[in-house]
Design a protein around this ligand. Structure first.
Ligand code: NOJ
Ligand code: CA
Length: 543
């Protein structure tokens, strides 16, 4: 494992640019604001920063609807600011990942504006156009957010397909010019020093080119790790085999660059599908999200089974990815019941298991979800479902207004948390109970922020933690999970008590505590005492 690439050992931190730091008093986060907070991130100990898109966009999906992949939306700054960001991140010894929305553009992109005008313009075949079946759409394919994915354009008397929202038309990757344009953009940013890309809905890029209907499926509401929904099995619109080929082609592009660059795919599917994105010879995407982790409960059996599953499906030389939160999901801490002890336990697991951890801004201070009713949504999905009563949304555990996960970062205890001044109205309200801020937690080693900081630094210092193999320990009591991380010269043990009662973990030799989530974690002789919802990292006293 010692020659694993740097991006298998890193920790990724996702920033939603609109919500990190406003620098000019318009209530919208921006690149100069982010640059002013890079010292904080360096000190926190995160190593790779992934930015949700800040490219030119009408912002109807807040940047996931791009009109120019090489320029920056004015509210976020300029192209020079983006280049300064790359340099400033590198100057602090960190890496930088951009978000690449390759599946679709905005309908305001000049490519689409041209494409929609006629059958024979130079861009006419850049998007997926089909004649309808009478007055009906060409196929039964639904969009990821429900409803038909097809939209009629009178000028062409044809329909275009959009996997996501109607204003996000899908590009046609069977057209070699489209693929070339995408590869050129990839090279453009890699030339500028970007270290990798997060690939937006990569599993949707290719659709059946014979336009066959999707078969019936029993699922109506989508699951975290699947696109099957709305009584449709998305065999022709998700995880098409040509996507796996594209993963390998893209890999040859990123592999042209030195020092090594990487891709991390937003892909949905079971483990066998995810594996295909990584390539049989590990010659596809370098990393892929495993969204099953978003469903993980902090329960010892579930966690234990999940760790075993990852080792079964992604053994070395593969590397799984571990994520609890992102800009599309209810924040992790709000799923875990809102308590800090659980959040610390989750952090301990995420930062010590064998996986690349992906953190989401504000997770380190326990920012809760906004839980905003869809009726007031700015998020286009929330808007689409604004008629659904909030009580029903809660009852069914749905997440349809993503504004809740995107509230401004809380730097201080002030009303707007110093994201912007209190005289300014931030684009979304600042949310967090007293104590949910960097300022309030910074000096306290046992705060959530203090725990993240300590864990991140330990992970970096201990080879066993950032590149060791994992051995999951068996024969433990019902509420415990424990594993060793193993490097030739170093073994560290991690023990987690997911229960509501004190537990004792019997160590195999004399150990000392490197980290504990709770000041009451103690070692007596060879017994580790773990209070409810607590955990620790141990090393042998002899090395
Ligand atoms: C997935 C992104 O994470 C989400 O925010 C976006 O709305 C869709 N893809 C469409 O690009
Ligand atoms: Ca601003």
């Amino acid at each position: 494992m010692s020659d694993s690439p740097w991006f298998f050992r890193t920790v990724i931190y996702q920033i939603y640019p609109r919500s990190f730091q406003d620098s000019n008093g318009d209530g919208i986060g921006d690149i100069p604001g982010i640059i002013s907070r890079l010292d904080y991130l360096q000190d926190l100990g995160v190593e790779t920063l992934w930015f949700s898109p800040f490219f030119a966009s009408p912002q109807r999906d807040f940047g996931y609807d791009v009109t120019d992949y090489r320029s920056v939306a004015p509210e976020y700054g300029t192209a020079e600011d983006a280049e300064r960001l790359i340099d400033e991140v590198h100057r602090r010894g960190m890496k930088i990942v951009f978000d690449f929305v390759l599946n679709h553009t905005s309908d305001e992109h000049r490519w689409f504006a041209e494409s929609r005008t006629s059958h024979d313009n130079p861009k006419s075949d850049w998007y997926i156009w089909q004649p309808g079946r009478g007055k009906k759409p060409p196929t039964n394919w639904s969009a990821a957010v429900g409803g038909s994915g097809w939209h009629y354009v009178a000028e062409r008397d044809e329909w275009y397909f959009a996997s996501f929202l109607p204003f996000q038309p899908d590009l046609n990757y069977y057209n070699p010019e489209v693929k070339e344009a995408t590869f050129d953009t990839v090279r453009y940013w890699l030339d500028k020093g970007v270290d990798g890309f997060r690939l937006d809905i990569f599993n949707c890029v290719y659709k059946d080119d014979q336009f066959r209907d999707n078969p019936f499926g029993f699922r109506y509401i989508p699951k975290e790790n699947s696109f099957d929904a709305y009584f449709e099995k998305k065999v022709h619109t998700a995880n098409h085999p040509d996507n796996f080929v594209l993963a390998r082609e893209l890999r040859t592009v990123t592999d042209e660059f030195d020092p090594p660059r990487f891709t991390i795919g937003e892909v949905f599917g079971e483990n066998d599908v995810i594996r295909r994105y990584l390539g049989e010879k590990q010659d596809g995407l370098n990393l892929a999200f495993l969204f099953k982790s978003l469903m993980l409960k902090l329960d010892a059996r579930e966690v234990n089974d999940f760790l075993l599953e990852l080792e079964e499906h992604y053994p070395t030389p593969m590397m799984p990815v571990m994520v609890y939160s992102n800009h599309d999901r209810r924040r992790g801490i709000s799923r875990f019941g809102g308590d800090v002890a659980s959040a610390k336990l989750a952090a301990l697991l995420q930062l010590t298991m064998r996986a690349v951890p992906v953190l989401y801004y504000g997770e380190e201070i326990g920012m809760p979800d906004g839980d905003f009713p869809a009726a007031q949504a700015l998020d286009p999905i929330g808007k689409k479902f604004r008629w659904v009563p909030h009580a029903l949304v809660r009852l069914l555990g749905l997440y349809i207004n993503r504004d809740g996960a995107r509230t401004p970062m809380r730097w201080s205890e002030k009303a707007n948390g110093d994201f912007c001044s209190d005289e300014v109205k931030p684009w979304l309200p600042s949310v967090g109970l007293a104590g949910t801020s960097v300022e309030a937690q910074r000096e306290d080693a046992f705060s959530l922020l203090g725990s993240y900081r300590k864990l991140l630094h330990l992970r970096r210092e201990c080879p066993a933690l950032h590149k060791g193999e994992i051995k999951i320990l068996g024969g433990l009591s019902r509420d415990l999970v424990a594993y060793d991380r193993i490097e030739p010269d170093q073994v560290v043990t991690v023990a987690l008590n997911f229960g509501r009662k004190r537990q004792v973990f019997a160590c195999s030799d004399q150990k000392t505590v490197l980290f504990a989530t709770d000041p009451e974690v103690q070692i007596e002789k060879m017994n580790l005492n773990l209070p409810p919802r607590s955990g620790a990292i141990l090393k042998s006293a002899s090395n």
